[in-house]
Design a protein around this ligand. Structure first.
Ligand code: GLN
Length: 485
């Protein structure tokens, strides 16, 4: 049995039956990481000793009958989630040597259950971007090493897709769980804003940031999410909502369910690749065969999605990243005589181009001359998205869209300008703007064998339904694993 290919639920069952130990399982993942990850580069830090130690402790718990859902399960954690005593670089030179003195709330939660952390997964610098290429590591797509894995949780998605962990925890501000999951042929789940504590997640855009899960299927995503949700006094935006079992509707019939198909997402004028469009629409037909009803509808505000997202997220990023000044946090330049010079040089040396672009944009839209024309209008548009979605949800249970406009692009293809890359976020960002939950799951492959993903968007707090639908599709779909060793 190749243990690294197993789903989390299967591992749980076999660990509890003592078919293998958590130490053996962890070693199998570490061996595979050694074989593959030198080239794949899904991890930025591998915590081998810690992992084996945690596995030993977890095995003791299992042997003593104190097992819990994630006890002894090896996972990867995005490197913008603070881990006490372990480097948390955010993929940035500015935090190259940052070792947090505390754990994010979710890390404490996972540790108390006996989770085994294999390492920190690579990402776009400060989770800003869509390709997971930074100065430390350039992550490849497991289906084709010449292509990007997507981002910003590209290390999470690639490590799951290449079976270098059982599941992964990442973050999503404008699509960063769903887009890389889609490009790497795995499942990514962004829950309702506020359902998972953001305490210890290095902030990109606080009104949009949300921690979520990536795994081999929707049921595993739900399984992982069950272990990290819940209110946290340390996060002012954390919800007090009652926690549900996210897997509770799995297996229920989807007969009669109303699935909205908003036409703008499938409009070739918005740049969707015809192969992606046809594949997602075929998946919609499959739901129809299962008894669901497809409802054509419209989200006319979609044309404002990318601008609204960029204005809001960049404004918040400019403010959040101001603390990385070489004085309070981050790389400090050795050049400069005055306080101002040292801050300027530290930030110039510490940040990459994309982060600088967003900081400039953010400060521009927040400046007193531009505030009304940009930031205030983006805030108003945010309300419009919330209202437009509410209207669709009056008549439908969920919404089905593509996750991306095209499949993964080549790492060295230089055809993507920043504005092209921004436009590519059109399918995912409205979910974040409207604080909704959404899941991306594989629904086909293009003519080059690269994965295509579809997204199911749910009503607030209705993760259970989107997970149920994703699971129903997955059960009828022949997924193709990447051809690695
Ligand atoms: N790709 C998007 C961006 O560049 C989203 C990133 C994210 O969700 N963290 O901003």
């Amino acid at each position: 049995m190749n243990v690294t290919n197993l789903k989390i639920r299967e591992i749980r069952d076999l660990l509890d039956k003592k078919s293998f130990s958590s130490v053996e399982l962890t070693q199998a993942y570490l061996d595979r990481i050694k074989k593959i990850d030198g080239e794949l580069q899904s991890y930025i830090t591998i915590t081998e000793d810690l992992a084996l130690n945690s596995a030993k402790n977890a095995q003791n718990k299992i042997d003593n009958g104190n097992s819990s859902p994630l006890c002894g399960i090896p996972i990867s954690i995005k490197d913008n989630i603070c881990t006490d005593g372990i480097k948390t670089t955010c993929g940035s030179k500015s935090l190259e040597n940052f070792v947090p003195p505390y754990n994010a709330t979710i890390i404490d939660k996972l540790n108390s259950q006996g989770m085994v952390m294999l390492g920190k997964a690579n990402l776009d610098e400060f989770a800003i971007g869509s390709t997971t290429q930074n100065i430390f590591a350039k992550t490849k797509n497991p289906y084709d090493f010449s292509k990007v894995p997507g981002g910003s949780s590209g290390g999470c998605a690639a490590s799951v897709s290449a079976s270098l962990c059982a599941g992964s925890i990442g973050s999503d501000t404008g699509g960063s769980l769903r887009q890389p999951a889609s490009l790497c042929g795995v499942t990514g789940l962004r829950p309702t804003y506020g359902s998972v504590s953001r305490y210890g997640l290095v902030a990109f855009a606080s009104s949009l940031d949300q921690i979520g899960t990536i795994a081999k299927d929707a049921h595993d995503c739900a399984f992982l999410l069950n272990s990290i949700v819940g209110h946290d006094d340390n996060d002012a935006t954390s919800l007090k909502a009652k926690t549900i079992d996210f897997a509770s509707k799995i297996g229920e019939s989807i007969k009669g369910m109303k699935i909205a198909v908003p036409k703008e997402f499938y409009d070739e004028n918005n740049g969707i690749n015809p192969e992606v469009k046809d594949t997602v629409l075929n998946a919609a037909e499959k739901y129809k065969e299962m008894g669901a009803e497809l409802i054509e509808c419209s989200l006319p505000s979609l044309k404002y999605a990318v601008s609204t997202y960029l204005i809001l997220s960049s404004a918040e990023a400019a403010s959040n990243l101001s603390r990385i000044d070489g004085i309070k946090y981050g790389h400090r330049s050795t050049k400069g005589e005055t306080f101002g010079d040292i801050v300027r040089n530290s930030r110039t040396e510490g940040f990459g181009d994309e982060v600088k672009r967003r900081i400039l944009l953010g400060n521009f839209v927040l400046s007193s001359e531009q505030y009304n024309d940009y930031y205030e209008r983006a805030l108003a548009l945010r309300q419009r998205f919330i209202a437009d979605y509410a209207e669709i949800f009056e008549k439908c249970d969920v919404i089905l869209t593509p996750t991306t406009l095209s499949t993964a692009t080549g790492i060295s293809e230089n055809i993507m300008t920043p504005s092209n890359i921004y436009l590519d976020n059109i399918c995912t960002v409205t979910v974040d703007i409207a604080s909704l939950p959404a899941i991306s799951t594989p629904c086909g492959y293009d003519s080059n064998g690269m994965p295509i993903g579809m997204s199911i968007i749910g009503k607030k707090f209705d993760e259970a339904t989107i997970i149920q639908l994703a699971d129903a599709f997955e059960k009828s779909f022949d997924a193709i694993s990447p051809k690695l060793i």
